[in-house]
Each structure stands twice: as C-alpha cells, then as structure tokens.
Design a binder for this molecule. Structure first.
Ligand SMILES: Nc1nc2c(ncn2[C@@H]2O[C@H](COP(=O)(O)OP(=O)(O)OP(=O)(O)O)[C@@H](O)[C@H]2O)c(=O)[nH]1
Ligand SMILES: [Mg+2]
Length: 247
C-alpha cells in the first residue's frame, strides 16, 4: 500500500465537474473501451476508471461523480472531494459547460483550492457556438490561472489538445497557477489564522487553506479522514479505487 492509499497506475488524471457537463462523454472519447464502470461500496453512484495512451505514456483516468460543490453533504460530493483531496491525482480536468460558464465557476474555484495541477476543459463548445455564445479562452485562462482547452467531446473536438496539455502538466512543463478566490476580509482573516495552525498538513500534500475552508464551512467529516490519511492508512474511497484498477 502506498502512503497516499492508492495504487492506481500513475499518472492519474481525475475528471471532475458539475453534473451533465459531458464528463462521461469525454471519458468515453478518451478511453474508448479501455475502462471499467462500477459502484463505490455502499453507494449507488457509478464511477468509472480507464486509461489512454499518449506520447508513450499510459494515463489512468478516473471519472468522478458530477458535483456542484465540494462542501456539501451528498455521497457523490464526498466521493469527489475525497478523491481530489486524498487520491493525489497527478492532474485534474474540470469539465465545464461552455453554455453556462458562470454556474460552473464555483466548483472550478473550489477544486483549484484543493489541487493546483488543474486543466479546465470548456466542453459543449459546439452548443455554445450554435447559441452564439463567444468565450475569450485566453482571457479565461489568465483569470483562472490554469490552462483552458475548448472541446466538443461528443464530436471528438479538442481531445488531442487536451491530452497534450495534460501531458505537459504531468511532465511539469506547464505549471498551472490557480488564482485563489478572495473572500471578504473577515473570512480571509479567519482562514489565514486557521491555515497557519494547519501548516503542517502541507507536508502531507494537503492544502491547509482548503482544509481551513472546509472546517469553517462546518464540514467536520474531513477530520477523521485527514487523521487516517496522515497515519498512512487509506480512506474507503481510495481502497475501492485501488481494488478496482488494474489496466
Ligand atoms: N452538444 C454536445 N453535447 C454533449 C457534448 N458532450 C456531452 N454532451 C451531451 O451532454 C449530455 C450529458 O453528457 P454526460 O457525458 O453524460 O455528462 P456527465 O458530466 O457525465 O453527467 P453526470 O455523470 O450526470 O454528471 C449527454 O446528452 C451528452 O451527449 C458536447 O461536446 N456537445
Ligand atoms: Mg457521467
């Protein structure tokens, strides 16, 4: 067992995003038949993992349940949060619906607090074009601080650029630098104070600021998971993924 509790063949790329943004369509387009779908233990949520080859590298892809937030209470959201927090993906693709970008921003900013190696995939670009929606992709990438790849997964558009961008992020040739959300000064002060007390967590690969935000949002369920994680044991979700993945 590895310290992070997963034995997924690396590199591992997580696919996250709001429900119905085309994650599974993208997953299928990238992996073809090289995948496995199963249920997480005790949950009714179907998850899939698969892999693709690019530039001599085999990349494991994990299709996470759709979620609007990492700070709420549904099983889907917990699975996604736990994998992003404790599964240590080498990169995370946040699949975003280009026809309702604003609604997707909350999740992308939350995910960027958890993992820095984020690529935004602006999916459903065909539908956005049809509706006359124009998106300034370079400006969006600048504002977010991470690469943005436009795509239309259903037609296979943008897949090569996405794989190339992920390859560069994984190889450390692109360094995403997510821009954090600035909350109001009172909240920022509380987050900074708590994050300072939690600074030791960064040695474990956890972002103290993110953990502070979770705790201030009242999510105490993360505490035992952090304890288990830091003790070198695995979380249930990680065990499940480890057991299921054998490309
Ligand atoms: N027009 C268009 N439709 C797409 C595209 N990608 C996905 N869709 C459609 O969007 C719908 C949702 O796609 P899914 O791949 O199931 O979305 P998902 O994000 O996996 O959804 P959840 O698992 O429920 O969160 C399906 O009807 C897809 O055919 C795209 O690039 N363009
Ligand atoms: Mg899906």
């Amino acid at each position: 067992m590895t310290r992070d509790g997963t034995e997924l063949p690396r590199p591992v790329v997580a696919l996250a995003g709001n429900p119905n943004t085309g994650k599974s369509t993208l997953f299928n387009a990238l992996t073809g038949l090289k995948q496995h779908t199963g249920n997480w233990p005790g949950k009714t949520v179907a998850c899939a993992r698969g892999w693709y080859r690019y530039n001599g590298q085999t990349v494991t892809l994990v299709d996470l349940p759709g979620t609007y937030s990492l700070l709420s209470d549904s099983p889907e959201e917990r699975i996604t949060r736990d994998f992003l927090c404790f599964g240590r993906p080498d990169a995370t693709v946040v699949v975003v619906d280009a026809t309702c970008l604003e609604r997707n921003l909350n999740l992308i900013f939350q995910i960027m607090e958890v993992n820095t190696r984020v690529v935004a995939c602006l999916n459903l670009m065909d539908e956005a074009r049809r509706r006359g929606i124009r998106i300034d992709v370079p400006a969006l990438a600048r504002e977010l601080g991470v690469p943005v790849v436009p795509a239309a997964a259903r037609r296979g558009e943008g897949l090569t650029l996405l794989k190339e961008t992920l390859h560069r992020v994984i190889e450390g040739r692109i360094h995403p630098a997510p821009r954090p959300v600035s909350y109001d000064p009172e909240l920022e002060a509380a987050v900074a104070e708590l994050a300072a007390d939690l600074a030791v967590l960064s040695r474990e690969g956890l972002n103290p600021r993110w953990v502070a935000l979770c705790l201030i949002a009242g999510d105490e369920s993360i505490i035992p998971k952090i304890r288990t994680f830091c003790n070198g044991k695995e979380t249930q979700g990680d065990t499940h993924v480890r057991n299921r993945v054998t490309p």
